[in-house]
Ligand binder design. Structure first.
Ligand code: TMP
Length: 245
C-alpha cells in the first residue's frame, strides 16, 4: 500500500488523509492514557472494539437523523470519516454523578442528577482541559452563540439516543463526552458529531450491579478492562471478525 499522509496522532487514534478530498481515515489504537497522560497502558484489542462500537453508534444516529462524521468502516481498525473543522470544545452530558463532577460538588458517585447537565471543557492538554462557560466560548471565538445552541440541542438528542440504546442492553449511561465539528458542503456549514463514541469517552454501568463497563476500569485500576469493552460489544451483538471467542 502507498504510504499515507498522517494528519494527526493522539493517544488512542491516528488520522490519515483519506482517498478523496474531504475524507479522512480514522485509525483506532490500543493505547490509552488517563489523568492528562500521567497514566499509560496498552489495552489489547481495544482499538478493534472501539472501531466497531463507534461504527455501531454513529450508524444508529445516522438512521435517526443525528448528523455525524462517519462514512463507513474500512477494516478492523479503520473507518472512513468526513473531514470536519473540529470545534475545540469537549461537551460532557451527565445523567448521574461521577468522576470530576462528583469530586467538584462533593457528591457520591451514582447519584441521579435532577436533569441531564451539559458542561463544556476547552480542549487543551497544556491547560488540562478546563471547565468553561458559553461566555468563554463566544468571547474567544471558538463558536458562535447559534453554534452553541445547535451543539446543546444535538448533545441532548445524542444523550437520549444513547441512553435508550444502553438501557436496552442493561447498561446505564452515566455520562458521555462528545466532540463536534463544522462540515462544509457547497458554502453551507453544518455542525456534526465527530471523534468517537466508545467506552473510552462515556461511563457505562451495569444496571443491576453498577459495575463500570468503561475506561474507568483503567482509570481506577479495577481490572478486566478488555473484558468490559468486549462485554459491551457482545451485548450489542457486535464483536470483531477475529475477535475474542
Ligand atoms: P470526568 O467526570 O472525568 O470529567 O469525565 C466526564 C466524561 O468524559 C466521562 O464519560 C469520561 C469522559 N472523558 C473523556 O472522554 N476524555 C477525557 O479526557 C476525560 C477527562 C473524560
Amino acid at each position: 500500500m502507498a504510504r499515507r499522509t498522517k494528519i494527526y496522532e493522539g493517544t488512542a487514534k491516528i488520522l490519515y488523509e483519506g482517498p478523496e478530498p474531504g475524507t479522512i481515515v480514522q485509525h483506532f489504537k490500543d493505547d490509552t492514557t488517563a489523568f492528562n497522560a500521567e497514566k499509560k497502558a496498552v489495552i489489547e484489542g481495544k482499538g478493534v472494539l472501539n472501531n466497531r462500537l463507534s461504527e455501531f453508534f454513529m450508524t444508529g444516529m445516522t438512521q435517526v437523523g443525528i448528523p455525524n462524521h462517519f462514512i463507513k468502516r474500512l477494516n478492523m481498525r479503520e473507518q472512513l470519516i468526513r473531514e470536519v473543522e473540529i470545534i475545540p470544545i469537549e461537551v460532557v452530558v451527565r445523567n448521574w454523578s461521577a468522576g470530576s463532577f462528583a469530586k467538584r460538588f462533593k457528591r457520591e458517585e451514582g447519584e441521579r442528577l435532577p436533569r441531564s447537565i451539559v458542561e463544556y471543557y476547552y480542549k487543551s492538554d497544556e491547560l488540562g482541559d478546563p471547565l468553561i462557560t458559553e461566555e468563554h466560548i463566544t468571547a474567544f471565538g471558538w463558536a458562535h452563540p447559534h453554534d452553541i445552541d445547535e451543539i446543546l440541542a444535538l448533545a441532548l438528542r445524542i444523550n437520549d439516543f444513547l441512553t435508550g440504546l444502553c438501557l436496552g442492553i442493561g447498561l446505564r449511561l452515566v455520562d458521555v463526552q462528545l466532540e463536534f465539528g463544522r462540515l462544509w458542503e457547497n458554502e453551507q456549514m453544518r455542525i456534526v458529531l465527530a471523534d468517537e463514541i466508545s467506552p473510552d469517552n462515556c461511563r457505562l454501568w451495569d444496571l443491576e450491579t453498577n459495575e463500570p463497563m468503561d475506561k474507568d476500569r483503567f482509570r481506577k485500576d479495577l481490572g478486566r478492562v478488555e473484558e468490559a469493552y468486549q462485554e459491551v460489544a457482545r451485548r450489542l451483538g457486535i464483536l470483531p471478525e477475529s475477535g475474542p471467542s
